[in-house]
Write a protein that binds this ligand. Sequence first.
Ligand code: NAD
Length: 442
Amino acid sequence: MIENISVIGTGYLGATHAACMAELGYNVLGVDIDPEKIDSLSRGELPFHEPGLPELIRKHVDSGRLRFTTDLEEVGAWGDVHFIAVGTPQQAGGTGADMTFVNAATRSLARAISKDALIVGKSTVPVGTARRLAALVEEESAEGVRVSLAWNPEFLREGFAVEDTLRPDRLVVGTADEADEAVLRDVYSEALGRDTPWIATDFETAELVKVAANAFLATKISFINAFSEVTEAVGGNITTLADAIGHDTRIGRKFLNAGVGFGGGCLPKDIRALQTRVGELGLDHTMRFLDEMDQINLRRRDRVVNLAEQILDSDLEGKRIAVLGVTFKPLSDDVRDSPGLDVAVRLFSSGADVSVYDPEGNRNAAKRFPRLGYVDSLTEAVTDADLVVLTTEWNEFKALTPADLEPLVAQKQFIDARNVLSASQWEGSGWRFAQLGRIFTD
Ligand code: NAD
């Protein structure tokens, strides 16, 4: 019977998974090489923003069911199942996935394990990784101990991570052995609703399901954004277009919001890693379209910067620009590859006096780009602004009206880079108002 579960890597994915496994009734030990993260989690404090997760961490740290450590040896003698949730970022100076963390964690774990156990990879990895790591585990684990490996990719969305883990819309497990699948089914039995699809498959399919899902989502976003470039040139309403095609149930409306595009710690690096991996396999032609999706996505950021230049007569020097939102999406404090932060930095580099406000993201953004001006409120950000740029669709920003900003700004100029406000309302109040996918003329 499974009682003790470890989670190696306690970032966005691992901390969520650890807390949710405790919620499902297991004793859980979270392991990370970052002692600060472990200290903070051990006090029941979450070092990042994720709705509902702080409460769950505190609940189970208090109950004693959830503990955190930097000591992998302790885990090896204790866990029945070990989830690997370490990062697979984009390689520095390359487009492939940096596998250093997954390789190191798996090797050290296999060496530390001293009782029969199952290692379960959750990180997003290039196809072929699980098979390679299964061989590594066999080589590195102690004699007389049965250690096997499975791959169970993760589909949680930041902002909804707890819900997605406790009530997943599907579970995918890649195993080399039916017994390992049975162990995982047991682990997740409490989380599996009667109709939750359970997809048991081989390693390669499991790995590919994850990157295929992300490639599809990225493609959907870039698809509508490519049409944005067309409507910007010829006229038309990109939102109406998205609504109209979205009514077709074969297409669906989700992920068809034109705007400044996708970012974060997953989609951009995952599509690049997929392309790189198929290239290594001699199949680069198969995923070449993803390069186009990436370029469309990045061009949206250029478009926002160009609009700012157009509105400010190509002279950004000393202009006060308020950037609203530097997280890659609302309900998160994650600023990895964030379109809003990228735009803010580019405006700053062109000489603008940039004032950034994000309800959760300022701290992380300041770690990456300390020279931007970060303020603690929307009011401070927009005061005396020559231009306001909305880059993340937080509710606080979606609720803005011209009357809120008019007493504060220096000039009534706005770029809604997420297409969440009503153009007619703002233009009707005398604002120069730009959105993506619309012709902008002065
Ligand atoms: P993250 O950077 O927030 O967390 C990774 C953690 O792993 C860090 O705390 C790091 O210190 C730790 N770590 C690195 N090497 C270690 C080692 N040898 N032993 C123990 N800990 C180690 O990353 P994340 O966003 O949680 O992503 C983790 C993986 O999950 C990635 O492969 C990512 O693509 C995938 N994923 C993430 C999400 C998401 O929404 N964040 C969703 C699905 C899948």
